[in-house]
Design a protein around this ligand. Structure first.
Ligand code: GAP
Length: 452
């Protein structure tokens, strides 16, 4: 489908308002006016993002016997970034408006002559390179020898440890090393909520394959796996595309590259890049460190540099995607026949921050409250649960807005016959179920709904 014929009907205003109202995402340091490019995840957002990371980890590490986990430090030897090319080439071009003094990323300007903020014409300085790496200092001396960088990607920690990992984990290519962790980029113009930020998390899988002519096949297999992952978690296929980079768009050493893009309310934006990187990264570290990072094959007594297939996904962007993609406003009819509108987040149950909410019909009836609390406590070790009480209509509305797949209501009949009302989020269908049967019911509905 053509991008021009598509649109995402949700607005960013609706998403940011909901994120704030329900405690998904807050501006960082809000009481001091915020800090551009930094965000905090509230109680629900923290769980949502953790679930997204768990979903990635489950698929790419837990369910594979050819991928091992890794966790490298954020600050590494500065020569790592020299070898990787980040010191010399990790630049964006920036310009300043000489009239209003605002700063812009040159390639983001719609009109390279006119300032989008103050409207002045030909007021820009010459474009100049701006290195995106964040700097810090290591130790008590403030000289250049102490300068270090916060990593702009997690991948380099994996490359420099390639030998340590394959030897200790006793792996031979094809095999992968995966890590999820924070990265930092001093973006010139952060924006679009949590889409372009200065501190973010990446989930990176570095898959090393032998040079046996099957490397492009391995690349395609990873593209297919990543496609299947987005689809398993319910991302709308018409809002997702896999853009194949042309030879001109790829780095000279890359044989193939694909950008995974989502149709955000402002247009298509990159979620992940999947790249065939040849032997570039290991070669670069061998050249500068003088250390051997080749794979030594005991069986054939030969040595070679494996080819790298990389899948690098942004977890903040994926979390934002899940939020936007799940968001719907729809008309519905309440139990009294009145037409109302509801906001609902149709999260996949694996991703939903709360999976089962248990309510007591009344606040001031100790028998109901006790019973509902006991049911919630029994389900808590098995699922992500929440207890609440009061006006059931309002409680449903709140749970719909945070994407809870099931609500359980304890009422007076519960005390008589031991049954509760279970209400399903998407269909809003309600059924009476014996409280004793809830564990089994949710075992099938929620655990059975995990993608594997
Ligand atoms: N190791 C390869 C690499 O880092 P990249 O395309 O620069 O590749 C991978 O980054 C992913 O990291 C992007 O697709 C995006 O999801 C995320 N990412 C990069 N810069 C980001 C930023 N400023 N804010 C949020 N996410 C970002």
């Amino acid at each position: 489908m053509e991008a021009s014929t598509l649109q995402n009907p949700v607005t960013m205003d609706e998403i940011t308002a909901l994120a704030k109202r329900r405690g998904f995402i807050f501006q960082s340091s809000e009481i001091y006016g915020g800090l551009n490019g930094f965000w905090d995840y509230g109680p629900l957002g923290a769980v949502l993002k953790r679930n997204v990371k768990d979903a990635w980890w489950r698929e790419n590490v837990l369910l594979r016997d050819d991928v091992v986990p890794f966790d490298s430090s954020i600050i590494m030897h500065p020569l790592v970034w020299k070898a990787s090319g980040h010191v010399d080439a990790f630049h964006d071009k920036l310009v300043d408006c000489k009239v209003c003094k605002h700063r812009f990323r040159f390639d983001h300007l719609k009109d390279p002559h006119q300032c989008p903020d103050c409207g002045s014409k030909d007021s820009f300085t010459e474009p100049r390179n701006f290195n995106l790496m964040m700097q810090t200092q290591v130790g008590p001396m403030e000289d250049t020898a102490a300068r270090a960088y916060l990593r702009p990607e997690t991948a380099q920690g994996i490359f420099v440890n390639f030998k340590n990992v394959y030897q200790t984990a006793r792996k031979r290519p094809p095999f992968g090393i995966a890590q999820i962790g924070k990265s930092f980029r001093n973006e010139i113009t952060p924006g679009n909520f949590t889409y372009r930020v200065r501190e973010f998390e990446q989930a990176e899988l570095e898959y090393f394959v032998p040079d046996d002519g099957k490397d492009l096949e391995a690349f395609r297999e990873w593209v297919d796996r990543r496609k299947a992952w987005y689809s398993q978690y319910g991302v709308k296929p018409e809002r997702l595309r896999f853009y194949e980079l042309t030879e001109q768009e790829r780095p000279h050493y890359a044989k193939a590259g694909i950008d995974v893009e989502y149709l955000f309310p402002w247009g298509w934006g990159e979620l992940e890049s999947i790249a065939h990187r040849g032997t570039y990264d290991l070669d670069a570290h061998m050249a500068l460190s003088g250390k051997d990072l080749q794979y030594y094959d005991e069986a054939s007594k030969t040595k070679y540099t494996p080819i790298l297939i990389e899948s690098s996904a942004g977890m903040d962007r994926t979390t934002l995607t899940m939020l936007i993609d799940a968001y719907e406003r729809e008309k519905s009819v309440d139990p009294n026949g009145k037409e109302t509108e509801r906001t609902v987040l149709r999260f996949h149950p694996f991703i939903a921050p709360v999976q089962v909410a248990v309510f007591s019909l009344a606040r001031n009836k100790p028998e109901l409250v006790e019973r509902a609390r006991a049911i919630e406590a029994a389900l808590r070790p098995l699922h992500r649960t929440q207890y609440d009480e009061g006006n059931i209509g309002q409680l449903y509305r709140r749970q719909d807005e945070i994407g809870t797949p099931f609500c359980v209501t304890v009422d007076y009949d519960t005390l008589e016959d031991g049954t509760v009302t279970v209400r399903e989020r998407d269909s809003m269908r309600q059924e009476r179920i014996a409280a004793d049967a809830l564990e089994r019911f949710f075992g099938v509905q929620l655990l059975g709904s995990a993608p594997h």
